[in-house]
Design a protein around this ligand. Structure first.
Ligand code: ADP
Ligand code: MG
Length: 232
């Protein structure tokens, strides 16, 4: 049996990735599969290669060796132009903090990906407002990130990551800078919306309570994934 269950075709796969930063080996033979609509937690100690794996899967960083395949396309071989198009249309990203543009209000931050995709200003503003509502932060629409709480800013960041209807959201420690109540609110909002929209989520965390929101968990150690199903 495949580790995703027999009936699911993977949407995103990585095979035998290696990546070295200078003299430091971040990935050494990491493989992973993510099914459409699946919420997958990636856990592991600090420095085990989690962020590097996410960057390779999201087409932000090219692996030194190995293959990353998204819906039949080899991301590791694509020209930069097609990669950035995929990142804009198919993927959303949320980091620990700081990915909102500080000079823009929450609603303008969420509207931005829609404007880049060609929406009119009025349409982008209206849809951004709906997505802030969905994440419980419509009341903060006119605030800049620095004027919101950490949890509110992360919910606005989720709205921005999801507003274009991506197939995959990459979340790198999205609750890492939050207290546990704010973290729960962020995770509840992320999981509910991902389920409603059929969005797959690759969720990096070192918090077991956060990982418990996922359908499945894999553990990274020294740049490789522990073999699924082998427990002893
Ligand atoms: P994690 O997210 O699990 O903490 P990372 O993927 O960030 O792990 O890092 C894995 C290893 O690669 C670490 O030893 C880290 O120091 C190193 N590393 C990651 N990014 C860089 C970089 N840009 N330059 C140099 N070393 C890096
Ligand atoms: Mg990291």
């Amino acid at each position: 049996m495949s580790d995703m269950g027999d009936d699911k075709v993977p949407l995103l796969t990585a095979r035998d990735l290696t990546k070295t930063h200078g003299r430091s080996r971040a990935l050494s033979g990491a493989s992973i599969e993510l099914a459409a609509g699946e919420i997958l937690a990636v856990t592991g100690p600090s420095g085990s290669g989690k962020s590097t794996l996410l960057h390779c899967l999201a087409g932000i960083v090219r692996p030194d060796e190995g293959a990353v395949t998204y819906a039949g396309e080899r991301l590791d071989e694509l020209p930069e132009k097609r990669l950035s198009e995929l990142r804009r249309t198919e993927f959303g990203v949320v980091f620990q903090f700081g990915q909102l543009i500080p000079e823009l209000t929450a609603v303008d931050n969420v509207a931005l990906p829609l404007l880049l995709a060609g929406a009119t200003r009025a349409d982008a503003q209206a849809r951004a407002g709906e997505w802030l509502e969905r994440f419980g932060v419509r009341g903060q629409a006119e605030l800049r990130p620095g004027e919101m709480s950490g949890g509110q800013a992360q919910r606005a960041a989720l709205a921005r990551a999801l507003v274009t209807g991506p197939k995959v959201v990459f979340a790198d420690e999205p609750t890492g800078a939050l207290d546990s109540l704010a973290g729960e609110q962020v995770m509840t909002a992320l999981v509910r919306t991902a389920r409603e929209c059929g969005t797959a989520v690759l969720l990096i965390t070192h918090d077991a309570q956060v990982a418990a929101y996922a359908d499945r968990e894999i553990r990274l150690t020294d740049g490789t994934v522990a073999t699924a199903g082998v427990t002893a």
